[in-house]
Design a protein around this ligand. Sequence first.
Ligand code: FBP
Length: 585
Amino acid sequence: MIKQKKKETSIKKVESTFKIHKKKRNLPIFSNLIIINMKISALQQARAAYQPKLPQALKGVVKISEGSATKSVADEEAISKMFPNTYGLPIVTFECGETAVDYPAINIGVILSGGQAPGGHNVIAGLFDGIKKLNANSRLYGFLMGPGGLVDHKYKELTADIIDEYRNTGGFDIIGSGRTKLEKEEQFEKGLEILKELNIKALVIIGGDDSNTNACVLAEYYAAKNTGIQVIGCPKTIDGDLKNAYIETSFGFDTACKVYSEVIGNIQRDCNSARKYWHFIKLMGRSASHIALECALQTQPNICIISEEVEKKALSLDDIVTSIAQAVADRAAAGNKFGTVLIPEGLIEFIPAMKSLIAELNDFLAHNGEEYAAIKPAEQREYIIKNLSADNAAVYASLPAGVARQLTLDRDPHGNVQVSLIETEKLLSEMVANKLTEWKKEGKFDSSFNAQHHFFGYEGRCAAPSNYDADYCYALGYTASQLIASGKTGYMASVRNTTAPAAEWTAGGIPITMMMNMERRHGEMKPVIQKALVDLEGAPFKAFAAQRETWAKETCYVYPGPIQYFGPTEVCDKTTATLALEQAK
Ligand code: FBP
């Protein structure tokens, strides 16, 4: 009774402090979260003092160096016509300057867009420190809950005390995130209203390929209308698929992969101890298999499926199931009734027959979504089968009811199937179990098979950023401030040479149109940033392919352990294996 009373009094105390805190800062409703976080962990306290490292060129006076005109990766004619004001711009690089320039105070807006990724708060901190260094009277406004905040005029000013609370922390909760796609003129105009009202000179959109496509479309619109408002993008996504010759990696990939690899390592130690389960582990990454590949390189599982290879070799679902079942049978014959299988989240879309089915479903639902939604759930499956082409209808009809239904669920605002909802790990383990039962009858398998299922995705997206992501993100935000100071628009902040010590990193800007091509979305051809899939000729895949047969037969598990924030540099500042192999260091 006494205990309960004490608890209630302390909750009341926290609530009243919260009210004062909220009033003082004029925080929006959703920032209730901030209050709960008022009691911060010991690690968070120690981590708050971490000063992210910057490239040498950004530490003092900065000067800009411009390269020659650029072109898009593909579909030059179409892209140049659609982006007459932002096409063909030069790549820019920042260097150490000599003469300091006086900058006027400016107001900047920032948006966090799409899925969370560790380090987003540090991009904002770097941007804040960058614009304050240019002029201490500059101000930063955060639009709330993603691009929707710009359209709906929901924002808050990010002052020094707010920024300080979020330095080196995971999450996007400083202003929230969302997936609204900025594509309609009325949205651009609504955005313009608030940008003008707040006297904002530049908008920074922190997001993945789709969000940076939005950034470019918006940059073009504001340039075409001579609004004087610049738009700059920053490369975010744990998926690691926003990268190219100029963007080495998207932020968050490093931390998320380290978190998943820690847990995969723990599972491997568990299964090597109990020796009775096969663990089917699905890993996030909507399309590309970069996360699965990186985790495989860090932990050496028995099996890791790479979607891009499945597509290239035109493997069927049955081919994949058979190869897993064979590994299970071989290990069992050697007395090892346990193992681990890593499955990339996007696998289903890379199996050629499934890809064709999903493409037709995307088009069909884009045009008939409302009619489909109005049909009784019990009749929806038949409705889809009746309306698809014969081949795709047959594939659809062969799928277990749950997976078939998941394929017709609402798309995200960018028209993507929400692959994180499809339980591929269960689908595969069930099919492997069925195959092994058949083999048992045929005398080809003489053991037991017990599976456990896991899906790692959300667990890693808001982890406290590793040193790499803390530094990389801060440098990206700071670079964005320099792009703004240089009057650039339609650029993505780029920080490179990141396997070297941070002082040797280079910083600059890449025209976003340079990364674009035309793709079919929602049934129409649209300009979008080309996604970087796993390169089957690249060093990371080759390193994996050279070892996987041994990993399947033997038990070669590696246990990476948790991310270390304090300690020897070889432990704390290690980059991903992907980046190290790509840069051959
Ligand atoms: P972004 O591309 O926006 O960075 O998001 C990536 C991702 O984390 C994918 O890995 C995953 O499929 C998806 O977001 C999940 O989306 P949601 O957070 O809307 O469930």
